[in-house]
Write a protein that binds this ligand. Structure first.
Ligand code: NAD
Length: 498
């Protein structure tokens, strides 16, 4: 199938963007990029070494320290970011298809991500000109004010589950703040980030302001986190990697923001709108194959409606059509890699061994169309107790653990009994119960009678081991700004202290 994206991207050399030029890895190393729905190699991209990352960091450092970027006005930065948003929209169909072919998600979800990525650049384009400090006059003979300045060189490391969107979440606020960036996408899903590099280059950013390097976490990523020339590292990924990044960043005490994993509770009270809760429980768990940090992977259900809710979910599960994300009607694609499917499947074995009741899924789908890909059926375990590993560990795949509760107090205790604190959902027809529950939940993103919607205007991030700091909204640009106090003496007389 020669499609739009395939034709366009075959014609364009896949190279990294370093110092305003499209370059291969210095040693010529390449990595195969796989379509997880077929197992086929669809592209080869440069495999950056530590030396390539050092080259990118040097380019960024030079752009920040001595290039024209520092003297661009906020309005000029805003105009460049608006151009990136326009560029993404102009390439939206090709980008969405490329995301599907590289990452596996259904086309409708990829289209949504691409639109959201453009909106994110637009939001921060608008915000760039609204960064202000404060003015104070204490004591009476001084004028003191606060100016906000860019943090400097930002190293940005992102995962594979929302490749283009995560690149937007990182680049847009950093550039709006006046930082310069070295972005490293996941080695599994570099293709849309490399396309974005072309859009950014065409927009006219000065050389070195945006660098995009493709390479493995252990070498290229680690270099970015360790580099003494990087002022800040912004990371989205697993909690284990996040810990390594935080340690690597201590060398020069660089600023660190972390967006990590979750084991998020989705609580259905007996007074919830039943049909909405059924839909919401399935969408929370299975959107994007469950490869979502904020997935509602723990479904806490009131004992009184538990049986009916589980039966209603099981009736709907067959509607989650598996297949290649480009096939019309497909609602769930493959997992991102063979290794990741192995990890997720291991949790099917763990859940069974722990005594949970497998209600559906847990298998690879049968059929020729699934043979080469890394598919796994949507899987629901019932009778899960909060102590089981399938209730405690992030699986990051299409596995839902159903846990029964009897009282609101018990539900909230189970919900908070986790090292994570990223997201949580509540389904109830009582506004007081909903708000009471949200107040008790230790999580950074919460939903009442919905699950998953999030907005560029609103902060994103987790409590506890789900991370450090916030992205998006006004909070997102804060993470890339330093705060400087300036004190002006209004008294001309010498101090006469000595
Ligand atoms: P991962 O931690 O394996 O990798 C993420 C990125 O880190 C990749 O680019 C990888 O190359 C790089 N990396 C790996 N080891 C590194 C090291 N030692 N030093 C520097 N960089 C390194 O995560 P993943 O498997 O790509 O993504 C899944 C995880 O991401 C899940 O845990 C999920 O919850 C999390 N996630 C969180 C959010 C959020 O906003 N909180 C969003 C999306 C994904």
């Amino acid at each position: 199938m020669k499609t739009l994206a395939a034709k366009k991207t075959a014609a364009k050399a896949r190279l990294m963007l370093i110092g305003g030029e499209f370059v291969p890895a210095a040693d010529g190393a390449l990595r195969d990029v796989i379509d997880p729905a077929t197992g086929a190699v669809i592209a080869r991209v440069p495999e950056a070494s530590r030396a390539d990352v050092r080259r990118a960091v040097d380019a960024a450092r030079a752009a920040f320290d001595s290039g024209p970027w520092r003297s661009t006005t906020a309005l000029e930065r805003a105009k460049l970011l608006f151009k990136v948003a326009d560029g993404i929209r102009a390439e939206a169909a090709a980008l969405a298809e490329l995301e599907v072919r590289n990452m596996g998600k259904p086309l409708a979800e990829a289209e949504y991500d691409v639109a959201d990525a453009a909106n994110c650049f637009e939001f921060y384009a608008g915000l760039a000109t609204k960064v202000h400090g404060e003015t104070m006059s204490v004591p009476a003979n001084s004028l003191s004010f606060v100016v906000r300045e860019p943090v400097g060189v930002a190293g940005q490391i992102i995962p594979w589950n929302y490749p283009l969107l995560m690149a937007a979440w990182k680049l847009a606020p950093a550039l709006a703040a006046g930082c310069v960036c070295v972005l490293k996408p996941s080695e599994l899903t570099p293709l849309t980030a490399l396309e974005l590099a072309h859009i950014i280059h065409a927009a006219g950013f000065p050389p070195g302001v945006v660098n995009i390097v493709t390479g493995p976490g252990a070498g290229a990523g680690q270099e970015l986190a360790e580099s003494p020339k990087v002022d800040k590292v912004a990371f989205t990924g697993g909690t284990v990697t996040g810990r390594k990044i935080a340690i690597a960043a201590t060398g020069n005490l660089k600023k660190v923001t972390l967006e990590l994993g979750g084991k998020n509770p989705n609580i259905v009270f007996a007074d919830a709108d039943f049909e909405a809760a059924v839909d919401g429980a399935l969408f929370a768990a299975f959107a994007n194959q469950g490869e979502v940090c904020s997935a509602g992977s723990r479904l806490l259900v009131d004992k009184r409606i538990h049986k009916a809710l589980v039966e209603a979910m099981l009736k709907k599960v067959p509607r989650i059509k598996l297949g290649h994300g480009m096939t019309p009607g497909v609602k769930m694609g493959p997992l991102v890699s063979a290794a990741h499917r192995d990890k997720v499947e291991e949790y099917v074995r763990i859940g069974k061994a722990e005594g949970a009741k497998l209600l559906c899924g847990g298998r690879r789908p049968a059929g020729k169309e699934f043979a080469g890909g890394f598919f796994l059926e949507p899987t629901i375990f019932d009778g899960v107790s909060p102590a089981m590993r399938i209730a405690r560990e992030e699986i990051f795949g299409p596995i839902l653990s159903v846990i029964e509760f009897e009282t609101e107090e018990e539900a909230l205790r189970i919900a908070n009994d986790t090292d994570y604190g990223l997201a949580a959902g509540v389904w109830t027809s009582s506004i007081t119960r909903g708000l009471r529950a949200v107040r008790a939940l230790r999580a950074g993103i919460t939903w009442i009678n919905t699950y998953h919607p999030t907005f560029n205007e609103m902060p994103w991030g987790g409590y506890k081991q789900s991370g450090n700091g916030r992205e998006l909204g006004l909070y997102g640009i804060e993470a890339y700004l330093e705060t400087k106090q300036v004190n002006v003496n209004l008294d001309e007389a010498p101090l006469a202290w000595y």
